[in-house]
Each structure stands twice: as structure tokens, then as C-alpha cells.
Design a protein around this ligand. Structure first.
Ligand SMILES: Nc1ncnc2c1ncn2[C@@H]1O[C@H](COP(=O)(O)OP(=O)(O)OP(=O)(O)O)[C@@H](O)[C@H]1O
Length: 229
């Protein structure tokens, strides 16, 4: 089966004022539909840089990046932006919800921005389905200031899922949450994989990493498989 994501020999060098520094030194990674992968590594090891390349916010210096079998490492920005919004869902440590809109309206914004016109009833059904998928449908009419951090993050995950992305990229999504609430957020992310979404989670939390199908450690610019005892 063709991998959703296939990276081979991805490099990224930061050209500072004094000397260049290799952040990624030839990263290989493949992720299939429905698979979950954790990326761990010490602070500054390049995890977010790698996620930015996968999410097409940044470009590698060298290497090949196949998305669904298609080479996309050298795309022009306009085409990259299209793929970014149609193929990827993003979740960050901060929730970036609009305070004056309800949870449902926040999720709906992603549909309005991404898919062009949809009949109102259809849009509503998709929004409620996404909220339901992450267990917060009952909070649809609430505004973010009335929600807990974990609830807000689950609304943010619903917003990422509503366009039915092929890949979900989550960068420290539990970083601002306590352990118990963080576990619920991980449940919500894993729920997406049962529908065939690929999940790449960057985390410092060992327990959350261990819940993914695989854990990869980014060390000295390379990904190493980590086996938990
Ligand atoms: N735009 C930039 N300009 C200069 N240095 C950068 C830039 N982006 C990242 N870096 C440096 O590249 C290295 C990798 O950063 P990155 O954010 O990818 O690491 P990380 O593993 O995600 O770290 P953390 O776990 O702390 O979030 C760091 O040393 C960072 O300071």
C-alpha cells in the first residue's frame, strides 16, 4: 500500500551569521493511513522544524517528500497552500480559538475557509460530527472562555478534523494541560486514526508517546525507532 507520507533523506540546514547548523541530517519516515507516530527528542532537536516541513510550512534543503505517492518537496507556495488546507489538520499547544464565537462556529470557520460554499444544513452536520468525534458535541453552543483547557483543545481538534484531512499534525497539543486532561486530548487524536487519518504527534510526554503505534526519537538530526521497556 502506498504510504500517506514518505520522507527520504530530508535535510535542513540553518544558515546562521557565523556558521551553518544542520538541524535535520537525512530524515527518513513513512506514515500509513490510520497509523499514529510520536516524535520525541530533547528541546531544540528539530521536532517542530520537521513537522513544519511535513505540513508544507517549510521546505527541506534536500531529500524527497512523497504525499500519497506524489513528490511535493519543491512545490510553489500557492499549490502548497492548497494541499496544506485540503490534506492536513493542525493542532498546536495553543488552541487559537476565537473567543467571541461558539465552539460550533469556531469549527465551522474551518469549513467556510476551506471548502467553498456548502449548504447550511450540510455544514452544520459536518461540524456536529467533528465535535461528536472528539466528545464535545454537548458544548457546541459554548464560547471558549466558558470551556476548560482540555475542552478548548478538543474543539481545536474538531476544527482540524472537520475538513477530513488525511494527516493530523499535532505539536505539543497537551503541553498546556494537566495529565488527566491531556489523556483525553490524546484519546481525541487517536479517535481520528480509527477513521484512517494518519497522526504525527510531537510530544515531551513519555506516556502520551507510548500510546502511539510507534515512537521515533530525533537525535542529532536523525530519527531513531524507540522501543519502550
Ligand atoms: N527560524 C529560525 N531561525 C533560527 N533558528 C531556528 C529557526 N527555527 C528553528 N531554529 C533553531 O533550530 C533548532 C530546532 O528547533 P525546533 O523548534 O525545530 O526544535 P524542537 O525540537 O521542536 O524544540 P522544542 O522541543 O523546544 O519545541 C533550535 O535550535 C532552534 O533554535
Amino acid at each position: 500500500m502506498t504510504a500517506l507520507i514518505e520522507l527520504a533523506g530530508i535535510t535542513k540546514v540553518l544558515k546562521g551569521q557565523q556558521q551553518a547548523r544542520t538541524i535535520l541530517g537525512g530524515v527518513d519516515l513513512s506514515v500509513h493511513a490510520g497509523e499514529s507516530v510520536a516524535i520525541v527528542g530533547r528541546s531544540g532537536s528539530g521536532k517542530s522544524t520537521l513537522l513544519s516541513i511535513i505540513g508544507l510550512f517549510d521546505r527541506p534543503d534536500e531529500g524527497s517528500y512523497l504525499l500519497g505517492g506524489q513528490e511535493i518537496s519543491r512545490l510553489k507556495e500557492r499549490r502548497a497552500a492548497k494541499l496544506r488546507s485540503s490534506q492536513f489538520g493542525f493542532v498546536f499547544q495553543r488552541f487559537f480559538l476565537l473567543k467571541h464565537l461558539t465552539a460550533a462556529q469556531n469549527v465551522s470557520m474551518a469549513l467556510v475557509n476551506g471548502q467553498g460554499w456548502l449548504p447550511r444544513r450540510e455544514r452544520r452536520a459536518q461540524v456536529m460530527e467533528a465535535l461528536d468525534q472528539v466528545g464535545v458535541a454537548h458544548l457546541a453552543k459554548h464560547r471558549p472562555p466558558r470551556l476548560s483547557g482540555g475542552e478548548q483543545q478538543r474543539v481545536a481538534i474538531a476544527r482540524a478534523l472537520v475538513r477530513r484531512p488525511k494527516v493530523l499534525l499535532a505539536d505539543e497539543p497537551t503541553g498546556a494541560l494537566d495529565t488527566e486532561t491531556g489523556a483525553l486530548v490524546i484519546d481525541a487524536l487517536l479517535a481520528a486514526t480509527t477513521r484512517g487519518c494518519g497522526l504525527i504527534l510531537v510530544t515531551h510526554d513519555r506516556d502520551h508517546a507510548a500510546r502511539m503505534g510507534r515512537t521515533l526519537d530525533l537525535v542529532d538530526g536523525l530519527l531513531n525507532e524507540r522501543v519502550y521497556a
